[in-house]
Design a protein around this ligand. Structure first.
Ligand SMILES: [Zn+2]
Length: 224
């Protein structure tokens, strides 16, 4: 298990869709046999139960829902999770590839990293909302998806959260495996473009809501 040999880490630990789905199917099988509340994995799981239930109804592609599920279940192959699975990484490899100041974990990659923080700041300016970021990703999901008013707005924000975290994870992988430098403006633009295409695909937006409107600030008040 500890010997990775010639197998790339990203394949060994299911960075690809097939690996991810394999893990999820195994989890689902386990959950059929025992209630989630009795699952001894951690209280983290129990706290996330409500958030996890929301994921599958959001107007977003399946791949993004799977990614969100893995984030909230702490099932992404971040360095701390690899370490727990006895993958030997040296000190340098354990560090976040964006800031190089902290060990990489789910909460760090998606929340605490200064680079990620700048992205969230820009996203919230774009949406026309402001709030203090919680320390834990599940609390952040709950906070972010309640920034608007009403069930439709909640669904919109759930899908938006998935889009942002999806793009952040792609950016993390590009940085770690392809050596691409973090680009805050580029990341924000990708979030806007990708969310635009998703919301058009899932008919969340009205037909006459054009891309210029979409990219302008104070988006959230326009959608309420
Ligand atoms: Zn960092």
């Amino acid at each position: 298990m500890t010997n990775l040999g010639s197998v790339p880490i990203e394949k060994k630990w299911g960075l690809g869709d097939r690996g991810g789905l394999g893990i999820i199917l195994a989890e689902l099988q386990t959950n059929k046999k025992r209630k989630l509340g009795r699952d001894n994995t951690s209280t983290f799981v129990i706290r996330n139960r409500e958030a996890l239930a929301k994921i599958w109804d959001a107007p977003a592609p399946h791949k993004a829902k799977v990614c969100a599920w893995r984030i909230l279940r702490s099932r992404l192959p971040t360095c701390d999770n690899l370490w727990k699975r006895k993958v030997k990484l040296n000190e340098e490899e354990m560090m976040c590839n964006a800031c190089f100041h902290s060990p990489e974990s789910i909460d760090h990659v998606f929340l605490a990293c200064p680079k990620t923080g700048l992205v969230w700041d820009e996203v919230q300016k774009w949406l026309g909302s402001s709030s203090v970021r919680p320390r834990h990703i599940s609390s952040h999901f709950e906070m972010f998806t309640k920034l608007g008013r009403g069930k439709n707005c909640d669904k919109f924000l759930e899908a938006m959260w998935m889009c942002i975290t999806w793009v952040l994870w792609k950016q993390r992988n590009a940085s770690r495996f392809d050596g691409k430098a973090w680009n805050i403006k580029g990341t924000l633009m990708e979030i806007k473009a990708r969310s635009w295409s998703w919301f058009k695909e899932f008919k969340t937006l009205e037909k006459d809501f054009d891309f210029c409107n979409w990219c302008s600030f104070d988006l959230l008040p326009k959608l309420l």
